[in-house]
Design a protein around this ligand. Structure first.
Ligand code: FES
Ligand code: FE2
Length: 428
């Protein structure tokens, strides 16, 4: 449960709001690279943290992200001509480069220096890890790009996609921190039968099904929180799933342990919850294996449009969505799975979006399984309030600390998670 004022601080991201100011201290993904791949190609509309912008790739391949409205008489830059290293407004021909400088003003006399006095709002952008990232904070505080392991991988080892989520970013992100819902929301009824559990070759499914009362441990780190869920695996061992939360909106999902290839242990996935405004967000999702190329079967499972984070249409809108009740089937709910909804992200979206566009946290009753969510709120609220007093978030400049993985391990019950044991050091 939160006070109304804190819920507002947590969820509001517009210009000048405490959380909006905080998020603007970090690099944020705004587009997939595929949306803006051609130099001099069509400009793309971008809405982020409640600001309307336009992105374009210039003749040299540099990306510009500028105000959606021309500073002359506010015409839409989306309709602009992307030509010769700049975006030209089609109304009177004013042209802007990627840094927002006005480089041509044909509607004014040649001798005037008015051009030098006009700029369009622009933000630094870069391409990394299959996405275009933006920094919207004070220029003098622009941080290094965080050293995410997955952002350095070649495209053969990484697949990135995104989907529209029709609610405030915080309740969507909290779903990613909430390990305990896996035993219910995403459960296939078949998995509950003991004979089915024994037959599975997926050890993660087995352990999670055998012990549906995980114990959670939250460790504060430089980058955010390490969230460890402990289940009984057998008489000697615990089954651990380590989820990582990285300030302000990144999560890493632990891999599934499957029998078979050893390199499967290195695969993991993650999300970035990017606020479009207070009422919508993009859920960016990736899958990777740092130690080898993704094989044909994995390429299909993680396919950006039809794979496990989809299916989505050409505008990245899920085919199963709020407007069609996520294509729920009561027959499927009766006989096959808990929700009657097919697909993990659709099941997540149904519960997250059903909380209301902005969840009213003054009416919640949190339990022990919500520890990770409580820790997340506390940390973000503290950071946002400190920034209001002029204390900058140290996390924004800790790019090295972001080079970590999630993990799944079996470990002897004697081993404590706090003693630097061998299995824990495997998390980079
Ligand atoms: S409104 Fe853009 S050039 Fe006039
Ligand atoms: Fe989920």
């Amino acid at each position: 449960m939160l006070k109304k004022a804190d819920n507002q601080i947590l969820t509001q991201v517009g210009e000048g709001t405490p959380m909006g100011n905080l998020l603007r201290r970090f690099w944020m993904p705004v587009l997939l690279e595929e949306e803006i791949c051609d130099p001099d190609g069509p400009p793309v509309r971008v809405r982020i943290l409640g600001e309307d912008l336009v992105a374009f790739k210039n003749t040299d391949g540099k990306i510009g992200i500028i105000d959606a409205h021309c500073p002359h008489r506010r015409a839409g830059m989306f309709f602009g001509r992307n030509e010769e290293c700049g975006l030209r407004c089609v109304y009177h021909g004013w042209k802007f480069d990627v840094d927002g400088n006005c480089v041509d003003m044909p509607s004014e006399p040649e001798e005037t220096d008015f051009k030098q006095k006009v700029k369009i709002k622009s933000y630094p952008a870069l391409e990394k890890a299959g996405a275009v990232w933006i920094y919207m904070g004070p220029p003098e505080l622009k941080p290094e790009f965080p050293d995410f392991e997955w952002a350095h991988l070649p495209k053969e080892r990484l697949i990135v996609t995104k989907r529209l989520t029709e609610c405030n970013w915080v309740q969507a992100l909290e779903g990613g921190l909430d390990s305990s819902h896996i035993s219910y929301l995403h459960r296939n009824l078949e998995d509950l039968k003991p004979q089915a559990i024994k037959k599975k070759d997926n050890l993660s499914v087995n352990y999670a099904a055998n012990d549906r009362h995980p114990v959670f441990f939250i460790d504060e780190t430089k980058y955010g929180h390490r969230i460890s869920a402990r289940r009984n695996a057998n008489a000697d061992d615990y089954y651990w799933r380590i989820t990582q939360f990285m300030v302000p909106f990144h999560t890493l999902i632990p891999p599934q342990i499957k029998t078979g290839r050893d390199s499967d242990k290195h695969s993991y996935a993650g999300h970035v919850w990017l606020p479009i405004d207070d009422e919508k967000c993009w859920t960016f999702s990736f899958n990777c294996n740092p130690s080898r190329e993704l094989d044909e079967q994995e390429q299909e499972i993680y396919h950006p449009r039809t794979g496990m984070w989809g299916p989505i249409d050409e505008n990245y809108i899920p085919l199963a969505n709020k407007a069609n009740d996520y294509l729920i089937s009561r027959e499927v709910q009766k006989d096959y799975n808990y929700t009657g909804i097919t697909g993990i992200p659709n099941q997540d979206a149904a519960v997250q979006e059903s909380m209301g566009i902005i969840c009213d946290r003054t009416n919640e009753r949190l339990g022990t399984s919500d520890k990770a969510i409580i820790a997340f709120r506390k940390r973000l609220l503290k950071m946002a309030k400190e920034l209001e007093k002029g204390i900058e978030p140290s996390e924004a400049s800790m790019n090295d600390a972001y080079n970590i993985r999630s993990a799944t391990y079996l470990a002897n019950k004697e081993i404590s998670i706090t003693d630097g044991s061998e299995w824990l050091t495997k998390i980079k």
